[in-house]
Design a protein around this ligand. Structure first.
Ligand code: 5GP
Length: 192
């Protein structure tokens, strides 16, 4: 097991409905030393890939993306999930179905923050059905920018997102791939 898998086994909780709770270290309380390890590992896995921007989605991807970005020395942009008075000018908008909230959201990115010269590494906490990633990919494509790669903390390998995104030809690196989990026994198995 790698460092993230060990932490998931130690502090993750398997809930009904194929939900893994990691709020003790990843997306409610955040373990910054762990995020730093993740940043180091993503830097290693994307060695030699040209990246000038990291992109994530509100809200739980932001903390991870910011720490990872320190290892790449690039800025972070994040897609917003709601219109607000702070969003002005022209925007790219994509529809995203939320796995955890079971509803449709728009994800929004100001056009001034992404351009055709950008080589973007997408970072997110979870990959389940792949809807969030597809929303981000569509914004990057609309902007004429390039998806340089995708880094995920936890991929739920028993859901279709990973296969869909890899079949589209993207370099997708997940630090922990959950093969199966059982909410009654509380067990989690990882893909090797
Ligand atoms: P997808 O769009 O790939 O179906 O789901 C990705 C998003 O749903 C992630 O950004 C994450 O916020 C949320 N998500 C999906 N599965 C889980 C899960 O098992 N646990 C938690 N905490 N969030 C999840």
């Amino acid at each position: 097991m790698n460092f993230l898998e060990e932490r998931i086994v130690k502090d993750g909780v398997v809930k009904e409905g194929n939900v893994l709770k990691v709020d003790r270290f990843l997306n409610h309380q955040m373990d910054i030393d762990l995020f730093n390890e993740m940043g180091k590992e993503f830097k290693r896995r994307f060695e030699g890939v040209e990246i000038n921007k990291i992109m994530t989605i509100e809200a739980s991807g932001i903390g991870i993306a910011c720490i990872v970005a320190q290892h790449f020395g690039v800025p972070v942009i994040f897609a917003k999930k709601a219109q607000s008075i702070n969003l002005d000018g022209e925007m790219y908008i994509a529809e995203v179905e939320s796995f955890t909230h079971k509803c449709k959201n728009q994800v929004i990115m100001s056009k001034k923050l992404i351009s055709p010269k950008d080589k973007v590494l997408i970072i997110d906490d979870f990959l389940a059905n792949g809807c969030a990633l597809q929303g981000l990919i569509s914004i990057i494509q609309d902007a004429g920018a390039t998806v340089a790669g995708i880094g995920i903390a936890i991929e739920k390998g028993f859901q279709p997102g990973g296969k869909i995104i890899r079949n589209l030809g993207y370099k997708l690196e997940s630090l922990a791939i959950v093969k199966s989990m059982d909410c009654e026994k509380g067990t989690i198995e990882f893909a090797s």
